[in-house]
Design a protein around this ligand. Structure first.
Ligand SMILES: Cc1cc2nc3c(=O)[nH]c(=O)nc-3n(C[C@H](O)[C@H](O)[C@H](O)COP(=O)(O)O)c2cc1C
Length: 423
């Protein structure tokens, strides 16, 4: 196969039992996987042996979803605090990047800069921070009684927060100036009690989808995660974000855009479809309907017959675009509430590809070579089985095509990603 100098970046998005909403019901699932360090060591080593750029752990300081049932909550919400987890995985791995979410709304910049720089040092330059402003009212209720702060306020704080963190990381320590920061939300007397990172600074990750979120990514991020169903959506996001970089004096190559992909792979297409259907059949009706209700911003969908059509609904004041999408899909494909719930609950808005390694590699290659992605954040439907399948079937196919590395070229996450040493 022809080689190419531009190669894909791959992340393994780890999440307890798996990304499929019914992963915890899979016959081979391990329901308490979220608090089993051996489970995570196994996943990290699988991803490292397959030469993934990074593993990524999401986070929220609270339950992930309301009203989806105790068992589902247990498998999806119960898990280690991710920076603690990645610190343990740092000594069980050698090369793979270690990326964790942390919130700018419920932390202070000095403490967070120090924690990630410590992870970076103890892993030899493999840490990354996924900056989130935290949109969940469930989390907000754990940090005071004033509720979720408005989107614009959260991003204003996030911008100053990231300036302070990068200021601390980029180190006035080895230079002479100890300038400090005295801003609107934070006052910090630099410096940190650590030397400069082995990779210059931990890698900055962001997944902003809104205008202000994309702008913050353009200004600060090295890696951007996103959810895109179609090629056109992915391409539009890619072009938009890369187009914002010049305003910050940055090159298009300074950011790697890695949309989420949830592959279900097997030796044959029939087998892959059976695997997918097996999981789809396991979605508990109440969980599916609860999630669908939240997408539709209504509370009482459960009182309509589950095998009947979606009723006429008032226009949402919540997520308008998501509601319109669900209604359109239900009318276009003539789906019952149960079918619609399974459709949306299974994929959770991310791009799902079901097929053989060749079919999946074809799809990834088309988005990569069509400049709609620099790589992918792989979201296996259940662990460890589907990560194993990606590692043993899809990755070798990408390697055969010259689209993915067969060995790590460097030691740090920044080197894996082909990013410049930060100024
Ligand atoms: C792949 C991916 C991972 C994300 N991980 C988290 C997370 O761990 N915690 C969190 O609060 N939000 C997470 N988000 C949500 C984003 O941070 C962001 O809030 C969302 O995309 C909406 O964009 P906006 O903040 O610009 O409105 C994630 C989004 C994506 C696409």
């Amino acid at each position: 196969m022809t080689g190419t100098s531009r190669q894909m970046k791959l992340g393994a998005f780890l999440w307890a039992t798996g990304h499929h909403i019914a992963a915890w019901r899979h016959p081979k699932a391990h329901v308490t996987a979220g608090i089993d360090i051996d489970h995570y060591i196994q996943l990290a080593r699988t991803a490292e042996a397959a030469k993934f750029d990074m593993i990524f752990c999401e986070d929220a300081a609270g339950l992930r979803e309301a009203n989806v049932g105790i068992a589902s909550q247990t498998s999806r919400s119960i898990g280690f605090e991710p920076i603690s987890l990645l610190s343990a995985l740092a000594v069980q791995t050698e090369r793979i990047g270690l990326v964790s979410t942390a919130s700018t709304s419920y932390n202070e910049p000095y403490g967070l800069a120090r924690t990630f720089l410590s992870l970076d040092h103890l892993s030899g330059g493999r840490a990354g921070w996924n900056l989130v402003t935290s949109a969940s009212p469930i989390e907000a209720a754990n940090f005071g009684s004033t509720g979720l702060k408005p989107h614009a306020d959260r991003y204003e704080r996030a911008r100053e927060f990231s300036e302070v963190v990068t200021g601390l990381w980029h180190g006035k320590l080895d230079g002479a100036s100890v300038s400090g920061h005295d801003g609107q939300s934070f006052s910090v007397r630099e410096p940190l009690d650590l030397p400069r990172s082995p990779q210059g600074a931990p890698v900055m990750v962001q997944a902003g989808a809104s205008d202000v979120g994309r702008d913050l990514a353009a200004c600060t991020a090295d890696v951007v995660f996103t959810a895109a169903q179609t090629f056109e959506e992915a391409k539009a996001f890619y072009d938009d974000l890369k187009g914002r970089l010049a305003a910050y004096g940055r090159d298009p190559d300074d950011i790697k855009i890695m949309p989420g992909v949830a592959p279900v792979v097997a030796e044959t297409e029939t087998e892959a479809r059976e695997k997918y259907e097996e999981l789809q059949e396991l979605i508990p009706d109440d969980v599916g309907v609860a999630l669908l209700s939240s997408y539709l911003s209504i509370s009482d969908l459960g009182r309509y017959p589950i095998d009947g059509p979606l009723p006429e609904l008032p226009v949402s004041e919540g997520m308008k675009s998501r509601q319109a999408l669900v209604i359109e899909q239900s009318r276009r494909d003539n789906l019952s509430i149960r079918q619609l719930a399974r459709h949306f609950a299974g994929a959770r808005g991310h791009w799902r590809i079901v097929g053989t390694a060749v079919q999946i590699a074809d799809e990834l290659q088309a988005r990569f070579e069509g400049n709609a992605a620099d790589g992918f954040n792989v979201m296996p439907s259940w662990f460890p089985g589907e990560l194993d399948a990606v590692a043993t079937l899809v990755v070798p196919e990408l390697q055969r095509r010259g689209l993915f590395r067969t060995e790590y070229e460097g030691r740090t996450l920044r080197e894996h990603l082909g990013l410049k040493w930060p100024a």
